[in-house]
Design a protein around this ligand. Structure first.
Ligand code: GRF
Length: 201
């Protein structure tokens, strides 16, 4: 399967995907890495690994529709079977979702704590368990069908940084395993349930 990865920052999850994809048995190849920020550190990392990169800088709220259309066209030019949003901090519109199914990685156990501050919100709420979710993207914010999740305990004394670090320690593996499985086995949607097996979506 051809995969385009979208990032906004460090790209540690993208790096984990690149490493896994070196193995031809993995089933997915990263054909491009894109960002909404020209100076995202992850772009440099991808470039060093020999992967084509592109940036489609966000131009402000008033330009959201045009930006989304341009982003969709850039993604489509790589003919992906799957798009992976790994630390991409923008909401994707219909045009992008229509290019290929999009998998997103979210640092909380959805449907709890959607949005851009999931780790902070979980801490503020006082939950004892949070975690990471991989899900398909729909037009809502972190509302699409859940593919898989992993739990992480909140420890006494945790702050946002320490909790996020422990989530990051498990989420790369969750993402890598999920993308590989989808690529190798395919999937089908039954309502909100993601089932293995049949080809495509
Ligand atoms: C991850 O925690 C991911 O779940 C969230 O943003 C972070 C991205 O980190 N959506 P990185 O850019 O992959 O290092």
């Amino acid at each position: 399967a051809r995969v385009v990865v979208l990032i906004s920052g460090t790209g540690s999850n993208m790096a984990a995907l690149l490493e896994a994809a070196e193995d031809p048995e993995y089933g997915a190849a990263v054909v491009a890495v894109g960002s909404d920020r020209e100076n995202a550190a992850g772009l440099e990392l991808a470039e060093k690994a020999g992967v084509p990169v592109f940036a489609e800088p966000f131009r402000g709220r008033g330009e959201r529709a045009a930006w989304n259309a341009d982003l969709a066209a850039r993604i489509a030019s790589y003919h992906p079977d799957l798009v992976v949003s790994a630390g991409f901090m923008r909401i994707l519109g219909r045009e992008v979702i229509d290019v290929a199914p999009v998998v997103n990685l979210h640092p909380a156990l959805l449907p709890s704590f959607p949005g851009a501050h999931a780790v902070r919100d979980a801490l503020a709420h006082g939950v004892r368990v949070t975690g990471s979710t991989v899900h398909f993207v729909d037009e809502g914010v972190d509302t699409g069908p859940i593919i898989d999740q992993v739990a992480v305990r909140v420890e006494p004394g945790d702050d946002e940084a320490s909790l996020h670090a422990r989530i990051k320690a498990v989420e790369s593996r969750l993402l890598v395993e999920t993308v590989g499985r989808l690529a190798r086995e395919g999937w089908r949607l039954e309502g909100r349930h993601v089932r293995p097996g049949a080809a495509g979506n």
